[in-house]
Ligand binder design. Structure first.
Ligand code: FPP
Length: 244
């Protein structure tokens, strides 16, 4: 278990990786891995809420994932629709508010409808904010932010010298989220894969060999414990931090 009194990360983001390999190791197809991965999602959402994480952001489908075989893409969309419907009760019981980031307008209409419904139903919940990154890519997110700011400059709504970090933050999908404190990636891969590039500037990174379908409360707590031992300096020296 984790020490709840000390330094719990406010915002945890997870790259859920390894569903395909988990299934292949068992001689099954990749779809079986995603189905089991969905159960890990349910478990980790509940675990994070239980441990008083304020913001949990999950990388569920990237802008690059469309390149996968159509059957796999369709299954992921289908799993998402069914999960949103089935997990509404759990979200309400756990006081979780759902939101989503990404180019949502390009998702299948059924997914958009299921998302809108669950977001609407959970909008008054005051506990953990669960953000699903769907059709999300940081390059795409930053591009649309730049485009939107440029349009405002052109229309004399913003002057170029007023553009600062705060204005950029406000044009990202994550405008209502704090910066990421802890980024977890499962499955042993050590890369960021176009996830929240702006928002992880000072995040602590945690990589584990565990494949996503096996990732459970014990593994989640190990990541939090690792975070709690780290000194976050934000560019300062260790001595400066002691002086506080
Ligand atoms: C990465 O594993 C996982 C994904 C691309 C999608 C994540 C989806 C789930 C966890 C299931 C459903 C999610 C929700 C929110 C209901 P991979 O296929 O890249 O694994 P591999 O690297 O071993 O091939």
């Amino acid at each position: 278990m984790i020490d709840a009194s000390s330094n719990i990360p406010k915002h945890v983001a997870i790259i859920m990786d390894g569903n395909g390999r988990w299934a292949q190791e068992r001689g099954k197809n990749r779809i079986f891995g995603h189905r089991t991965g969905k159960k890990a999602v349910q478990n980790i959402v509940e675990t994070a809420a239980k441990h008083k994480i304020d913001y949990l952001t999950l990388y569920a489908f990237s802008t690059e994932n469309w390149k996968r075989p159509p059957l796999e893409v369709n299954t992921l969309m289908d799993l998402l629709i069914r999960s949103l419907k089935r997990e509404l009760k759990q979200m309400l019981e756990n006081n979780i508010r759902l939101q989503s980031i990404g180019a949502l307008e390009s998702l299948p209409v059924e997914v958009q409808k299921a998302l809108q419904h669950t977001i609407e139903q959970t909008k008054n919940n005051s506990g953990m904010v669960l953000t699903l990154a769907l059709n999300y890519g940081a390059h795409q997110e930053i591009t649309q932010a730049v485009r939107s700011i440029a349009t405002k400059v052109k229309n004399n709504i913003i002057s170029p010298e007023k553009i600062d970090q705060n204005i950029i933050n406000k044009h990202l999908y994550t405008r209502n989220l704090p910066a990421v404190d802890l980024l977890i990636r499962t499955s042993g891969e050590q890369r960021i894969s176009n996830f929240l590039l702006w928002q992880i500037a000072y995040a602590e990174l945690y990589f584990t060999e565990v494949l996503w379908p096996d990732f459970n409360e014990t593994h989640f707590c190990a990541a939090i414990k690792s975070y709690q031992k780290r000194e976050r300096r934000f560019g300062k020296t260790s001595e400066q931090l002691q002086e506080k």
